[in-house]
Ligand binder design. Sequence first.
Ligand code: NAD
Ligand code: ZN
Length: 344
Amino acid sequence: MKALVKAKPEEGIWLADIGKPEIGPNDVLVKVRKSAICGTDVHIYNWDAWAQKTIPVPMAVGHEFMGEVVEIGSEVHPEHSKLKIGDRVSAEGHVTCGYCRNCRAGERHLCRNTVGIGVNRPGAFAEYVAVPAFNLYRLPDDISDDLAAIFDPFGNAVHTALAFDLVGEDVLITGAGPIGIMAAAVARFVGARHVVVTDINDYRLDLARRMGATRAVNVSRENLRDVMSELKMTEGFDVGLEMSGVPSAFASMLETMNHGGKIAMLGIMPNGAGVDWDKVIFKGLEIKGIYGRRMFETWYKMGALLQAGLDLAPVITHHFPVSDYQKGFDVMRSGQSGKVILEW
Ligand code: NAD
Ligand code: ZN
């Protein structure tokens, strides 16, 4: 089968012909129809320090995908799983152990033995991917293939945005990457008042506006304090969603939060990034780390939010056939894109 493979320990990803995966008794084989390029895939492409210590080579990568069930393992319960050949599915990319304390408590997103599809085990930039049946999400008919392919990052946005009550609150989102702008759409949809999104990239700030941000602020030109006065925000932001992974963005968030504010942190900070603890302590801030998606509460919320009318259309900016994958990676690496879909 065709797959995008991290074939060599150097910059790049290569289209190759590799063996079709075999499924275990509890797995399902999915024929991939669409996949999307994640920031993680760009790290893998660039072969940065994180990728070098994490990714086994050679391996097919990719974890944002949707497709169709073509084979079901012998131990997958036909009645309880309700899975059938031909079902349209997406899947949770974190494969959890099922045995640790958190897994046994149903808190699978906190599993200490998580293995990532397309990161630690063969991925979904391929014609076929094998995943545990447990990880599948059966797609409602009214959700498009394009949106289904980005449920993984949409789930990061929903998990983070719904970490705290947003109704009537003023929300600051640092980082207008695909996840930040989806979080902006969710925050507005669930009833936040002002949703201010910051970035240094005008293309992405424009997408943030189209996704419903009240104000999209280029912090390389504009001062966040001025924007707050213009919005008549006298006290500060009630909720912060950190979605840039940039220490100076996080510092500006700590600076502009109201006392008692709540922060959900998704962005991955560089090692040793400093924190102004005085702000955290004297403002009595609450800070929560967010990893992945809740299994499977976030998935149910995603489906339901879309069915309730949440519009994510502007976030998908590019489509390429897989033969043009290089163009897809190039546009992702340029920063002049939202989500990029590869068609299999
Ligand atoms: P992304 O890299 O596409 O977006 C980050 C954005 O931050 C970019 O648009 C960049 O221009 C912007 N930025 C740079 N400097 C800034 C500044 N000073 N102020 C404000 N914004 C600034 O990333 P993404 O795919 O949208 O993901 C968002 C973050 O979440 C990344 O850090 C990613 O690594 C992380 N992530 C975490 C998890 C998790 O489970 N915790 C999952 C997925 C992604
Ligand atoms: Zn576990």
